[in-house]
Ligand binder design. Sequence first.
Ligand code: ADP
Ligand code: MG
Length: 247
Amino acid sequence: MLELDRLRVCFGGLAALEGVTLSVHAGEILGLIGPNGAGKTTLFNAISGLVRAADGKVRLQGKDITRMPMHQRARLGVGRTFQAPQPLHGLSVRENLVVAQHYGAGQRDPARLEAILHLTGLAAKADADAAGGLALAELKALEVAKALATNPRLLLLDEVLAGLETAGRQRFITMLQGLHQHFNVAIIIIEHDIAAIRTLCPRVAVLDAGRLIAQGPPELVLREPAVIACYTGTGPGNTAAAEASHG
Ligand SMILES: Nc1ncnc2c1ncn2[C@@H]1O[C@H](COP(=O)(O)OP(=O)(O)O)[C@@H](O)[C@H]1O
Ligand SMILES: [Mg+2]
């Protein structure tokens, strides 16, 4: 449903993405990993229309969307989160979703919003709180909820698990699985925690310095020398490096 064909994105002289060819199937969950600065967020920006490709193509359900502005891509079904949650702080959770829904398909769908509120665990806080007062895990859930409210066929999740402690992370993973099942949406998830990637993703793609260096089932990809090498030297805190080097 999504096809990237030799995608190239440049910032001045720097090619942040180079020759990236990658497909995502309808309803699939694809993990996207790689060291900091590899180009993961830039790939999301190129798919969602926040940055323009210097070369190559982005196709959604066979349609060339490479030159399309961001809101038009949202309307065709590209939904995304941002690495730092960006709620409309003065509005309630429900109002945030109504605004997001308007930005996406442009149709009011109260039943869908109720389902999203329920499945993200935000129903109890839907009207009571201004979104600015939510805890981190709730803000992250709201970020996912807003993206889902746009009625995406493809959902791009940028490090939505980052900063959550172990129990909260596990709850969040379960929530994502529930959302995926209910809405049958294709997902690309950027995540550093390889255990989470193994749980969520039958397939993973690895970016390094703007190039796609591997893709396939996590248990195979994480053993590839090129993948292990790209994580070496990024520091002992890197869970992917640790796990890749320990097999
Ligand atoms: N708007 C921008 N302007 C200039 N350089 C950018 C911009 N966005 C990203 N970059 C650069 O592109 C590279 C990839 O960044 P990014 O996609 O954020 O990496 P990742 O999400 O994998 O950590 C980095 O070198 C980063 O500094
Ligand atoms: Mg990033």
